[in-house]
Design a protein around this ligand. Structure first.
Ligand code: BES
Ligand code: MN
Ligand code: ZN
Length: 504
């Protein structure tokens, strides 16, 4: 799909679109539609043709545009319900329905008159967000369908001078469009990695896919195999891997876009390509969702790839431990004591708390790069979903400024995170009679217990944030303008955060 920003009325005949998209509001459920935001030149036609339900949220009506000078062959009026400032979530949902409706109707090109401001975002941020949202609106994963639906819509143009494009400088618009395209491309890759089922995306395939993407981007990729992981004494990763017939991998990506010698930002990602729970087996219901338990790894690697595409002036290292978590005669067992790379020990209380066990070694390994900041991404706990539902993920950090900057970056990209505490007061939950601590902490404060476990592997004073992305890394079904499956949550947030950091 091609994304453009064009000046309505100044389009060349060759720019004439199949569809002109406008939005109709209904300030109150009982009131009739208002046509305030519909462009002057088509308002009369839209009003005359509008059915009674026009403007209702989710409604859409179409009419042919016969005038020879019309910017498109057909007009589509989408109802938005009330309000003239949209939440980003609503904007993404709306754009998804626009793209899918046009596609279904066989339209090949569209001019979208988008008149809304987007809550919590500056105009520039909104432009990038809307571009990215359109480019991903029709995301699907047809790889394993023997007959995929044909895609017709190939060009979407936003009308310049409208909504967040009003008064924007041409140069800015061009740059933001390119950034949106770059982010959408990497997001598509990250989502594809997640949506690929575990029989096609084990540790080896995931490492190979990431290495291939790193090549040609000036990103150095190193993949540790089992031997090297043993040499690094990553006892946590090896313990979780024991139940699996597939060997583990550990991916390291290094991108040097910043000053020489400048300490990198380390991005650590949980890469469990399938999490059955191990001997502490999960219930059968929705166990298949655990093919997405590698989204932390995909996100961490995706950020580095995107940073290279955008030539961000930062140094980055991504660290991704990859394994399956399966039960077998060789699997690690409840009661086992595991020794990690840093020499600390943990009693395995529950083999399903495997994410923290592999991240422990990765967080310790990150020290080798003397990072300025460590961010980790992990679909770590179901408790995060219980706490926040599907609308935000959890951020944990001791540094108030780091928390604030991540929350802000999330607000401005619509990848929202909400802070929970990691006070040491919770530490007794992890107390073990047999080792330094246990890998679980009971039912209460499940996400906090996970974060506190990870904290054991980060030096005191080291700026570090843990993102428990279990709530938003994937959706079981279409949600909030995302198709079912992986979302690439965290990618846009982190790229925004890195840019903020570079210009600070
Ligand atoms: N990968 C899961 C967490 C998860 C659950 C992610 C649901 C996305 C959706 C993780 O490995 C896990 O199983 N966590 C356990 C921890 C518990 C045993 C302390 C959990 O959340 O139940
Ligand atoms: Mn688990
Ligand atoms: Zn898991």
């Amino acid at each position: 799909m091609k994304l453009e920003i064009v000046t309505a009325g100044k389009t060349r005949p060759s720019d004439r679109a199949d569809a002109l998209v406008v939005f109709v509001a209904r300030p109150d459920r009982k009131q009739k539609a208002t046509f305030e935001s519909v462009p002057d030149d088509v308002r009369h036609a839209v009003r005359a043709a509008a059915p009674a339900e026009a403007g209702a949220d989710g409604s859409v009506f179409t009419l042919p545009l016969e005038a020879p000078g019309a910017p498109a062959a057909r007009l589509y009026a989408f109802g938005t319900g009330s309000g003239d400032e949209l939440s980003p979530r609503k904007a993404r949902t709306l754009l998804r329905s626009v793209v899918r409706t046009l596609d279904k109707n066989g339209e090949r090109s569209a001019l979208v008159d988008f008149p809304f401001a987007t809550a919590r975002m500056s105009a520039a941020e909104a432009r990038e967000f809307l571009g990215r949202s359109v480019l991903q609106a029709a995301y699907e994963f047809p790889r394993f369908k023997s007959k995929a639906d044909p895609r017709r819509l190939s060009r979407v143009a936003f009308a310049s001078g409208r909504g967040p494009w009003a008064g924007a400088a041409e140069r800015d618009v061009r740059r933001e469009r390119a950034e949106a395209a770059a982010l959408a491309k990497v997001a598509t890759l990250v989502r594809d990695l997640g949506n690929t089922p575990s029989n096609h995306m084990g540790p080896r395939q995931l490492a190979d896919a990431v290495r291939k993407e790193a090549k040609g981007r000036g990103v150095k990729a190193t993949v540790l195999g089992k031997k090297e992981i043993e040499r690094e004494r990553m006892g946590g990763l090896l313990a979780v891997n024991r139940g699996s017939a597939e060997e583990p991998r550990f991916v390291v990506l290094e991108y040097a876009g910043g000053k020489k010698g400048e300490r990198p930002v380390a991005l650590v990602g949980k890469g469990v390509t399938f999490d059955s729970g191990g001997l502490s087996l999960k219930p059968a219901d929705r166990m298949g969702d655990m093919k997405w338990d590698m989204m932390g790894a995909a996100t961490a690697c995706g950020v580095v790839l995107a940073a290279a595409d955008l030539e961000l002036p930062v140094n980055l290292v991504a660290l991704a431990p990859l394994t399956e978590n399966l039960p077998s005669g060789t699997a690690y067992k409840p009661g086992d004591v595991v020794t990690f790379r840093n020499g600390k020990t943990a009693e395995i209380d529950n083999t399903d708390a495997e994410g923290r066990v592999i991240l422990a070694d990765a967080l310790d390994y990150a020290k080798e790069w003397k990072p300025a900041v460590i961010l980790d991404y992990a679909t770590l706990t179901g408790a995060a979903l219980v706490a926040l539902g599907l609308e935000a993920s959890v951020v944990f950090t001791d540094q108030d400024d780091l928390a604030a900057s991540l929350v802000s970056a999330g607000e401005r990209t619509d990848e929202r995170v909400w802070r929970l505490p990691i006070w040491d007061d919770y530490r007794e939950n992890l107390r073990s009679d047999w080792a330094d601590f246990k890998n679980t902490g009971g039912r209460y404060g499940g996400s906090i217990n996970g974060a506190l476990f990870l904290k054991e592997f980060v030096d005191p004073g080291q700026p570090w944030a843990h993102l428990d992305i279990a709530p938003t890394a994937y959706f079981e079904r279409e949600h909030a303008g995302y198709s079912s499956g992986a979302t690439a949550f965290g990618l846009a947030l982190t790229v925004r955060w890195l840019k903020d950091r570079a210009t600070r």
